[in-house]
Ligand binder design. Structure first.
Ligand SMILES: [Zn+2]
Length: 241
């Protein structure tokens, strides 16, 4: 049986002398691993299909448990993501969320679209830290760990001082924090409030200081480490930016 789906290449693993396994994030099947025979040969026609961040229409043959790449029509190479190290690590942090925190074979069309929109904004030159922060806020929501920066997760009150609580899995007020809760700066709270649910093509209209974005990403990074697993690319991005 053959499958055809739009997909983004997230990660590749060399196999044998000239083959590769390509981990795709696909519109119709979520995360899938596809075997690409001979793709590392110098003259391989489908070489591009195994480049990280390649977005294309992938045609895949299913034989037993195995998915084998048949052909691919490239829709966007996203090649320019590699031209700036901060942009590159931003794209890697996004890909790492899908690689490490999503289930194989589970289609989440909205998350697929958000991923594509985020990569597009990175290519268009929108502040990469803003793009990653917006993506992560959406990502945690899709995975059932949404953060509400307006109300305390315990009492629902709107408070001046907010804290990120990893045990309770949300933002809480002064009355409901524990000793381990992370205090959020008013700037981080208002930036996250503004960015939550903001369409990606509007991100270029907002400006935050680099320090504020790094603080916000540092806080969300800790939340992600706690709710899923540490994101190494995000840590590297915060180190570089
Ligand atoms: Zn409260």
């Amino acid at each position: 049986m053959d499958l055809t789906t739009k997909a983004i290449a997230l990660k590749t693993t060399d196999y044998g002398e000239s083959d590769k396994f390509i981990l795709l994030y696909s519109l119709d099947y979520g995360k899938i691993s596809v075997y690409a025979k001979g793709i590392r040969k110098a003259k391989a026609k489908l070489k591009f299909a195994g480049d990280t961040f390649c977005f294309g229409n992938y045609e895949i043959a299913q034989t037993g448990d195995r998915l084998v790449l048949k052909t691919c029509e490239q829709l966007e190479s996203f090649y320019t993501l590699r031209e700036d190290i901060v942009v590159y690590y931003s794209a890697c942090a996004i890909a790492e969320c899908l690689v490490n925190y999503t289930e194989e074979g589970q289609s989440e069309p909205q998350l697929f679209v958000e991923t594509l929109r985020a990569l597009e904004q990175l290519v268009l030159g929108t502040n990469p830290l803003t793009v990653v922060l917006r993506y992560l806020l959406g990502f945690v929501k899709f995975q059932g760990f949404a953060l509400d920066f307006k109300h305390c997760a315990e009492c629902g009150n709107v408070c001046k001082k907010m804290f990120l609580d990893f045990q309770k899995g949300g933002v809480v007020c002064d009355d409901h924090r524990t000793v381990e809760s992370l205090p959020l700066s008013p700037g981080v709270v208002s930036a996250c409030n503004l960015l939550t649910d903001m369409p990606f093509d509007k991100l270029k209209t907002v400006t935050f200081s680099g320090e504020l974005l790094k603080d916000a990403l540092g806080d969300i990074s800790q939340y992600i480490s706690h709710s899923f697993a540490p994101n190494k690319s995000l840590a590297e991005l915060l180190h570089l930016a």
